[in-house]
Design a protein around this ligand. Structure first.
Ligand code: GLA
Length: 729
């Protein structure tokens, strides 16, 4: 899949469906040539015109047509005449930032090497992928930059990351180190991003690219609900099904920066990496620095095609552990109904009721540990509150299992409250500057996870609870962003490393817990989807999508999330009405139809349901169990966007192609009761499908090309779930 063409001086990464090509020019510079649909050869038919232009600097004094400012580059530096956004900036021992990393050689490796200490996609067999390592060297410092490219045999994705090796005799300071940089030709693109906020994560925003730069970033200590480390470029006419898409997603959970920069002579530069605002790294002689990786996806089949590549890669080769391929349990979570006032008696009665309704897991959320009566105290002290749980957590978990459901528990391990035994005994374990009182958020402080003693404490504290309870599920929360970046553990010259060291520390803690408790299902959370990113999915194969459980808002949030992440990674719960975030009242049916887009759970006091509601919930759970393999592990298609329409819809097709689920939603009642049609996707046009509700049979061609209408009723917030089974023969 990877070859170096000596005649063209070019590297080709090609799996028969996509081609990625770059060349070596002037014996040192890497020229981006092509990323897109498979080509037999890339001879330069679309190469930009090179001539002597005003203000262009010329590294080759004999050739005034050649300038780095106009060259489409693979990994541009700074201070050498490319005045666009640099991929890296290295400060040398003399305080200058002038380096010249030039092409030196390459190597092709089978499979995909792991990234030590970092989340990454992986292969199970070496033949699933091939990796190219291109070496750039700087003659003055003796340092090397190594560019890693992995192409997958069965997926239209390329993974890139960068390693820096200090082979010199003096320390280097890495100031900026993007995981990838790519110059694409042309200037007629739309840019799609996933922006948002707490309670409204991953809203799709789309605009035409004009001149100038767009910077997406987070310096919050988490990938954040405000931005997603992802850049999607499309042709202007690209939609869900048709058209070209180039997407980059960062496999990282901390501060990031994404850059989209239009070139003055056409062409667009795309970069993604750690945020230089909060990143810096002191690299001593002999040391190596490994950046996190980016996934680059190309799709010829619009945004659904892009999503299918991300979904397959993330579900099968980013997520790990025994839960990767299993269906996920239907859970009852205590938070929305009880917040901090939860106790043993409530837990046991809820667990009993949950089991009767067919649920499989009871999750004890916040409020269970010593003195935790509100959000102002006790974070860090991971022992049960003796008043609420007089018989301890072990007995509670046993009781929950005897009631007929598994036991799961909530933690927010990265945090500490002033009012906690942990803070009183280790005031030096928090992130802060010694000169100011740290800024609080939700009344809490952040632990300094760069410190190995803090990491070890967390592993032991969480392990003790998991061992005592035999919990089969953990919800891992993170409810504030990081301020006052300062560490009592790090020396002065390494303070700028704190943000990245925090992430490395967190990943180490999660890795150890994964290894100690391989059977435990971890679900990530950060006040909802505040850290719903590819980095976290490597350790926790699902994430709580949003604290906003309102069915109408959820349609948008889940739609945006599905651009990158498959339904099996999304926690989706039915909660009580009026919804506690929006005050909106939607039917139980519509709340279920919204939650059907991911991993189903309930988050309400199910003991107060009327007998009719109980019967309805029971029926929902029966339905979900029958469909869950399809919903969680099938192929998901977005059909009509809830962001742009009053009516929206999606469908999912099981892996074996036999089951199809289609959900349609209408937000506001239409006085004209117009009919909306969605065109299903992924069906076999030759096959026949029987609709479960009425037994009527339709051709796959009809459902896809003629479409499926909804049943307009005089009501707001309505939904229709249609289930089809392929009919044999
Ligand atoms: C965050 C989570 C909620 C809940 C609370 C508990 O907001 O997103 O689901 O766990 O914390 O404090």
């Amino acid at each position: 899949m990877i070859r170096f063409d000596a005649q063209e001086n070019a590297f080709y990464l090609d799996n028969g469906r996509i081609t990625y090509c770059f060349g070596v020019v002037k014996e040192g510079y890497l020229e981006s040539r092509y990323f897109g649909r498979h080509l037999r050869r890339c001879q330069g038919s679309a190469r930009p015109a090179y001539f002597d232009r005003g203000f262009c600097s010329n590294p080759d004094s004999q050739d005034k047509r050649f300038s780095l400012d106009t060259l489409p580059q693979e990994y541009p530096g700074m201070n050498q005449g490319d005045f666009r956004s640099p991929a890296y900036a290295v400060e040398t021992a003399d305080g200058r930032r002038v380096t010249r990393f030039l092409y030196q050689g390459y190597e092709i490796l089978p499979g995909k090497p792991p990234l030590p200490g970092l989340p990454a996609t992986y292969v199970e067999q070496p033949q699933e992928a091939q990796t190219l390592v291109v070496r750039l060297a700087d003659a003055h410092t003796g340092a090397q930059i190594q560019l890693f490219y992995t192409i997958f045999r069965d997926l239209d994705a390329i993974c890139r990351h960068v390693e820096v090796v200090n082979g010199g005799r003096e320390a280097l300071w890495l100031e900026r180190l993007m995981a990838m940089s790519l110059d694409l030709p042309g200037n007629n693109y739309d840019l799609l991003t996933l922006s948002g906020s707490h309670l409204m994560e991953k809203v799709v925003s789309r605009r035409p690219l004009t001149a100038d730069s767009v910077v997406l970033d987070s310096c919050r200590g988490a990938s954040s609900p405000q931005q997603t480390p992802c850049v999607v470029l499309t042709d202007p006419q690209t939609d869900e099904t048709h058209g070209r898409v180039w997407a980059v997603n960062f496999v990282y959970s901390g501060d990031f920066q994404g850059v989209v920069q239009m070139g003055q002579y056409g062409g667009v530069r795309v970069q993604m990496g750690m945020n230089p605002l909060t990143f810096g790294w002191n690299l001593e002689p002999g040391q190596r620095f490994v950046s996190p990786e980016c996934v680059l996806v190309y799709s010829q089949q619009g945004l659904n095609g892009m999503s299918h590549t991300f979904h397959r890669l993330y579900a099968q080769r980013l997520c790990r552990g025994p839960w990767r391929d299993r269906v996920r349990p239907i859970l009852l979570n205590s938070w929305e109904a009880f917040t901090f006032s939860i106790d043993e008696e409530k837990c046991l009665s809820l667990a009993k009721q949950a089991a009767q309704l067919g649920m499989e897991l009871f999750v004890l959320d916040d409020g269970w540990f010593k003195n935790r009566m509100d959000d102002r105290r006790a974070l860090g002290d991971w022992v049960a509150d003796p008043v609420k749980f007089p018989h301890g957590l072990g007995r509670l978990a046993q009781g929950v299992r005897e009631a007929g459901v598994e036991f799961g528990i909530w933690f927010e391990p990265e945090m500490v409250s002033y009012d906690s035994d942990l803070y009183r005994s280790h005031p030096d374990w928090v992130i802060r500057s010694p000169y100011y009182d740290p800024v609080l958020s939700r009344s809490q402080l952040v632990l300094d996870l760069s410190n190995p003693a803090v990491q070890d404490y967390l592993v032991e504290a969480v392990s003790a609870v998991l061992t005592e309870t035999g919990a089969s599920y953990v919800k891992w929360d993170m409810n504030r962003h990081i301020t006052d970046l300062g560490s009592a553990w790090l020396p002065a010259r390494r303070q700028r490393e704190l943000s990245h060291r925090y992430m490395l520390g967190l990943y180490r803690v999660l890795e150890q817990l994964n290894q100690r408790f391989p059977q435990v299902l971890f679900e990530g959370c950060s006040s909802g989807g505040g850290r719903f990113d590819a980095g976290m999915l490597h350790y926790m194969p699902q994430t709580w999508t949003s604290d906003n459980t309102d069915a109408v808002c959820r349609l948008q949030i889940q739609w945006g999330t599905s651009l990158l992440f498959p339904p099996v990674t999304m926690g989706c719960h039915v909660s009580a009405v009026p919804n506690h975030q929006t005050g909106r009242v939607t039917s139980l049916q519509t709340r279920f139809a919204a939650a059907l887009g991911g991993n189903l759970g309930y988050e309400m006091d199910i003991r107060t349901l009327t007998p009719e509601e109980q019967a309805e919930v029971k029926e929902q759970i029966r339905t979900y169990k029958a469909l869950r393999e399809t919903v969680q592990h099938g192929t998901f298609y977005r059909l009509l966007s809830p962001q742009r329409h009053n009516d929206s819809g999606w469908n999912v097709v099981s892996q074996d192609g036999n089951t199809v689920v289609c959900c349609q939603y209408r937000v506001l009642a239409d006085p004209l009761r117009r009919t909306t049609v969605v065109h299903l996707q992924g069906l076999d046009p030759e096959a026949t499908y029987r609709r479960q509700a009425d037994g009527v049979c339709f051709g796959g061609d009809e459902l896809m090309y003629a479409g499926l209408s909804d049943a307009p009723v005089r009501q707001d917030f309505v939904s229709v779930i249609s289930i089809f089974q392929k009919v044999e023969g």
